[in-house]
Structures are given as structure tokens and as C-alpha cells.
Write a protein that binds this ligand. Sequence first.
Ligand SMILES: [Zn+2]
Length: 498
Amino acid sequence: MTEKNNTNSYTPVIGLEIHVQLKTKSKMFCDSPNNPDETVPNTNICEVCTAQPGTLPVANKEAIRLGTLLGLALNCKIANSSKFDRKSYFYPDLPKGYQISQYDKPIAEHGYLDINVDGVVKRIRIRRAHLEEDAGKNIHPEGLGYSLVDYNRAGTPLMEIVTEPDITSAKEARIFLEELRNIVRYIGAGSADMEKGTMRLEPNISVRKPGQQELPNYKVEVKNINSFKFAEAAIEYEIQRHIEMLSEGQTPKQVTMGWNEKASQTVEQRSKEEANDYRYFPDPDLPVLKLSEEYISNLKTSLPELPAAKRQRFKEEYALPDEDIQNLVNWKELTEYFEEVVSEIQAWIQADRSKEDLLKLVKMAANWCLQDFSALLNAAKINPSESRITQENFAELLKHIADAKISVTAAKQVFAKMFEHGGEPDHIIEDLGLSQISDTAAIESAVDQVIKANEKAVLDYKAGQQKSFGFLVGMAMKELKGKGNPSLVNEILKKRLE
Ligand SMILES: [Zn+2]
């Protein structure tokens, strides 16, 4: 499973440390609001999270539940007994002078996450996942010559996830991150938004020399990465930098680098701390965290369908292309919407149509979700559930296309109107006069007129010129004001020309 025996080339060794902010009402150890969107500094604070003397932390039940759920979703063993420790260091955004974290007894250990790299499943082992609190934020206003501290984030709950160094490329790291983000969202543990900082990544990177079996004797950590794109770019940059140094007989320094977005490169920040610099010790203010087997197994049963299982089911039930499935599953709310449209389709199709018809409509639903609908949602910056198009009306429109009641081009107009104002497709089709003509008699009469008026084209066609047929179809469509059912027009014209 791991590529340890690659003797001919340099092999990257990548481990990831990821912080996921848990979506709770209040902070990890006090009842101050946990709101990542708060813009007014130092409003969501209290005596506990600003470390006033004599205050005591109380662990947040919901944070423990979400942390356990995430551990289970990552196939970890959940500890019946874990504890909180103090990680001591000084920084202005850390009012207590220590962070409450979990050191030698984390809540979750020994898990894994399977990722799909170009059709090949690769297992990335999870070393541990633990609960901790976040620090505040130091703000350095430009040109003022001093800094400010905002404690709104101080004490908000985090789950830190640490992988084994099983990742061997920047691309694998990105795929892992995307899958982790999906899982966090599917189980409702958080928004896992790298741009907004509710999911933060610190990869550590080193490179094995050709033929080297053991792990390299150094590793470089990278910070300040705030998108999947930058994660891939920063890791790739480091890999190339290490290979260059190693090939010249040098060893990269064990340091923490920062990703500089503008320069598209990493820059050295500081030397890396060792665990013993933090003087970890058990927090005497917090009891041992005990979770019963019953609590853990109840949470395990409550896990929803996870992204990997959903992808598998979409493949089996709907026979959609892999890329469509991936794109749907990557947007949780769109996937839910899509499935509701599909169940509307299933409700009326069962009676009179074949499985093949059903799959055709499901494919059509996926295409409309991923193309027109996604484009409109993205432009309006809203989620599917906030759109004015109900799942029922969405399905209805697809049915009209399948029944050739309207053309695809006309359907796009109707869809845009539905998105803008809501409403039923039938009414909009009528209002806009977009109904497609499938009345055979009307089409026959139009075709006959066209044949009469275009003798030369008819003769050319009979002499073997295929493009004259296209011309005649165009003329017939014009006669029908663009509303003729194209396949019927083709069929009738062909018959009349024989
Ligand atoms: Zn507080």
C-alpha cells in the first residue's frame, strides 16, 4: 500500500495536521457564543475565555459529541477514557498562557480514510484526532505601529486530525482534504471552509532519496494555507525544493515555512518547536473524559451516509459518470436537492415507463443540477435550498423536455424564469409561448409548404446532396416559428421526400 520500495526516484513523505472548527452554539469550555462570522471584535467573550482569575472551564457536551462523530467517521477507535492537557506557550492571543488540548490520551486514534486517486483506492492512516480550544486572533493594522487582539475565536472548539505520513504527492493531499471536508459537512460537524479558516492545514513534508527505506531525518512544516489550490501548490513547491537540495547533497532545514500567495512560494518563518517545549501536563481543572460503550455505539449508528458510500450508491442506482458523481457529492446541499428531484421523477415514472427512461431522466437531472442550476446558484451566491425552484417544478420541467413539449433551448429560458421568480413551468411555458409543436398535421402542412417553395433544394437532395436536407429542416422550423419538435420535423420531411 505504501510506496516504500521505489528505488529509482525521490519519494515524497507527507503527513497532514488539520484543524477543523466544530459547529457548536457555545465555546469549548464556556458559554460564550461560537460564531465564526462575528465581525465586531471582543464581543463573544466572557471571564473564562479571557482567563480571569478564579474561573473554571467546563467541557462542552456538543463539542464532545461532534468530535466523537468525526472520529467515528474517520474509522478511529474512540477512547472510553481520555483527558485534557495544558499546552503551555506564550502568545498575545492566548490569554491563559496555555492552550487546553489533549496530549497522550486523545479522544480518537488509529483510524483511516480511503481516498480515490485516479480510480485507485489508497488508504491514508489517521494517527489520532483530538479535541482542543482555538486561540484568538492578533490583528496588525497597516501603518498603525501597534497590534490588536480579538478574543472572539479564543476558546472555540477544534478537532485536530493527524495522519500518518502515508501521502506521497501534493495531489493525494488535496484529494484527502476534499474528502475530509465532505465528511465534516455530511456529519454536520462544521463548515470546513479553508477560505474562512474553519478548516486549517499544516502539512509536514520530507523526501526520501532514491533507494532510501527509512523515513527522512527531517521534516518541514508549512503554515498559512487557505485553499485547496494553495495546499497543492505549497506541497508541490516544497517537494521540488527538497529534491533540488537533496540532489546537491544537502538536507533541508527542519523549519516551519509559510505559504506566500503572491510570490507562489514558501518562506521560512521559524524553527520548529519540539513537544517538550510545551511542558504538557494534565489540566487539573477538568475531569477525565469518560465515554461509555453505549454512547459511542449510539453515535456510530447515527452516522449518516458518508460521501464514499453515496458515490458508490449513485454509481449503482443511477449509473452516472464518475465525474458527475464526484461533482455532485462535493456539494452536499446540491446532492440532497438532486436526490429530491430524482424521487419526484421516480414517483411519476414508475407507472408507465421503463428503467431506461428513468435513468435517462436522472442523467438529465444531474446535468441540469451541475450546469444551469449550479451556474445560477453560484452567481446568486446561494444554496439550492434557498432557491425559488421547488424540486417538484424542477422535475416537471425535465418531464416536458423528455416529452418534447418544449425544446432544450426553450427549457433554459423557462428555467431562468423559474429561478428568478419561482412558479410552475406550465404557466411560464404558456406565458412565454414556448410550447413545442408536436401536432403531426401542423408539421405536415408546414413541410408541404416548404417543399413546394424550394424546388431546387428538393432536387438537390434527391440528387444526393445531404446538406439540402438540413436547409429544408431549417426552413420548416422557421415556418413553425422555431417551435416544431425537431425529431418529428425530421421524420415527416424525410417521409415526404421519398
Ligand atoms: Zn467565554
